[in-house]
Ligand binder design. Structure first.
Ligand code: UDP
Length: 348
């Protein structure tokens, strides 16, 4: 008997799929909606291979209010939502801002509007360290000021947080955990699921693994003239399985009524900043595979450096990141190689 049904929007996506696995491991019944705009249906096979569970899935776009409503009517036992479905690329958002405002804001509003109607009281929201803009003081804590966003993507995450604050203020029986992710990387140790962007990757790690695999000629390092020790940008790279586990803890907290306020916010990172050039070196060291790269101009919308103070999540959620950077990079490479093997079987 499952502990409860959890609706996972964007559940075939990168973080969503890893969270689905961890929720099954924790005894919940996650069910997925996703419009496959940046994911693949084959992820469901990966989830089954790891957990033994065939997960309920429907192709639904969260912008489509009526389809969402029909789906919720069919699943009255949902106790919480983890809302991952969103567009997430800084660079793409600069080029196509309306896509980001529409996808990220409308989807959240639709879900919130439907929650009271279906008696769903709990939601975990995927926020991002981009809400801090370029912080003056590092590491950033949850109390650090929210600076102007440097990209439409960052703006949407700030707006979604504001919407959630306003909504919980007006609806005291709705409970929210905002999780501000730093940079999730790596893959499930089984190599059955991982990051699977459609087309040319925007994010650093899939670009690195595809370059290492010979799919891309070389990686462009966006800028080496930042005010950092080696001139490349610094981020806090967090293992995706560690990140997924934080969602289980956050959902437990909401479902068990252990939250102290009806909206809470937590940074999820490792607490350490690593530069782009350091990531390339660490990847080469961990895997023994070279990553050809060139220095390219700065990418519009990028911030220079950010890493997390995670003490609040450590204390309140009892959560901390566990995996080393080396193991995490190896897991990303393991996933990429498995993908190549699968593709060669399918094509050959
Ligand atoms: N980056 C890069 N080359 C790429 C992709 C990303 O140099 O092909 C850099 C990017 O400028 C940033 C870091 O890698 O400093 C992480 O970028 P990503 O897009 O993965 O995540 P973001 O921090 O933008 O959310």
């Amino acid at each position: 008997m499952a502990k409860g049904k959890i609706l996972i929007t964007g559940g075939t996506g990168y973080i969503g799929s890893h969270t689905v696995v961890e929720l099954f491991n924790a005894g919940y019944e996650p069910i997925i909606i996703d419009n496959l705009s940046n994911s693949n249906i084959s992820v469901l096979d990966g989830i089954k291979a790891i957990t033994g569970h065939s997960v309920i899935y429907e192709n639904i776009d969260c912008k489509d209010y009526n389809s969402l409503e029909r789906f919720l009517e069919k699943h009255p036992e949902i106790v919480a939502i983890a809302h991952f479905a969103a567009s997430k690329s800084v660079g793409e958002s600069v080029e196509n801002p309306l896509l980001y405002y529409r996808n990220n804001i409308v989807s959240l509003i639709n879900l919130l509007q439907l929650m009271p109607k279906f008696g769903i009281k709990n939601i975990v929201f995927s926020s991002s360290c981009t809400v801090y803009g370029q912080p003056d003081v590092l590491p950033v804590t949850e109390k650090s000021p929210i600076k102007p966003a440097t990209s439409p993507y960052g703006s949407t995450k700030q707006m979604c947080e504001t919407i959630l604050y306003d909504f919980t203020h007006a609806n005291k029986d709705i409970n929210v955990v905002l999780l501000r992710y730093f940079n999730p990387i790596g893959a499930h140790p089984s190599g059955e699921i991982g990051e699977l962007p459609n087309g040319i990757p925007n994010n650093l790690l899939p670009y690195i693994t595809q370059t290492a695999a010979g799919i891309r000629k070389e990686l462009s390092v966006f800028g080496n003239d930042y005010d950092t020790p080696d001139g490349s940008c610094i981020r806090d790279y967090i293992n995706v399985v560690d990140l997924a586990k934080a969602h289980v803890v956050a959902l437990n907290r909401l479902i068990d009524g252990k939250n102290e306020k009806n909206i809470e916010v937590f940074n999820l990172g490792t607490g350490s900043g690593v530069s782009v050039l350091e990531i390339i070196n660490a990847f080469e060291k961990a895997t023994g595979v070279k990553v050809p790269y060139k220095i390219a101009p700065r990418r519009p919308g990028d911030i220079e450096k950010v890493w997390a103070d995670t003490s609040l999540a450590n204390k309140e959620l009892g959560w901390s990141s566990k995996e080393t950077l080396e193991d995490t990079l190896r897991s990303a490479w393991n996933w990429q190689k498995k993908l190549e093997e699968k593709n060669s079987v399918t094509n050959g």
